[in-house]
Structures are given as structure tokens and as C-alpha cells.
Design a binder for this molecule. Structure first.
Ligand SMILES: [Zn+2]
Ligand SMILES: [Zn+2]
Length: 97
């Protein structure tokens, strides 16, 4: 465990959640290690369940763009009501995290 593990998710803004590193611009698409965001596990899973790396690279390369996306917005509205410790089920997809 790193000291960064617990904190605020940059997408849903819930606090004291376990976070993982998301590459805003996937490395295969020319992203660098600086273009990352710390997201809670449900947010991170949701993004990858909803979108392929190609779609993410094409139009969702910032937290702001993600927050304004219609499908993500609906998810955020829901996740914000969930306690930080809950890891809800995510819709299945063949995309890897
Ligand atoms: Zn989150
Ligand atoms: Zn990711």
C-alpha cells in the first residue's frame, strides 16, 4: 500500500476512498505518465466498462470531459450517494482496467 491509497477521488470527489491511477490518455495512444488521475475503484471500473481506450483518447482525456459526459454524469450522481467503502458491481465488458 502506498501513502496515496486513501484520499479523494478526482472524478466523483468522494473522500477517503481507495484510489487507483487512471491514464487520461492511454499509453498506447501517446499518453505520458503525467496525464493521470487518481480515481476510486468504482469510477475507474465504470470508465473502462463504458468506453474503449480509443474513445477515451478521442474525447475524454481530462477529468472535466469525463465529468461532463452524459453516461458518466449519471453514474456520478449515483456513486456520490454510496459510502466510500462500498465497491459496487460494475457492468461487464471485455475491456481491461
Ligand atoms: Zn470516484
Ligand atoms: Zn484507467
Amino acid at each position: 500500500m502506498t501513502k496515496n491509497t486513501l484520499g479523494q477521488c478526482e472524478l466523483c470527489l468522494r473522500e477517503k476512498v481507495k484510489r487507483t491511477v487512471h491514464h487520461l490518455l492511454p499509453k498506447q495512444k501517446g499518453g505520458t505518465n503525467e496525464q493521470t488521475a487518481l480515481l476510486c475503484i468504482p469510477c475507474h471500473k465504470q470508465i473502462h466498462a463504458q468506453y474503449s481506450n480509443t474513445e477515451l483518447a478521442a474525447r475524454l482525456t481530462s477529468i472535466k470531459e469525463l465529468q461532463e459526459d452524459e453516461a458518466i454524469r449519471r453514474f456520478l450522481k449515483w456513486i456520490r450517494k454510496q459510502p466510500g467503502q462500498t465497491i459496487p458491481r460494475t457492468r461487464r465488458s471485455n475491456e481491461k482496467l
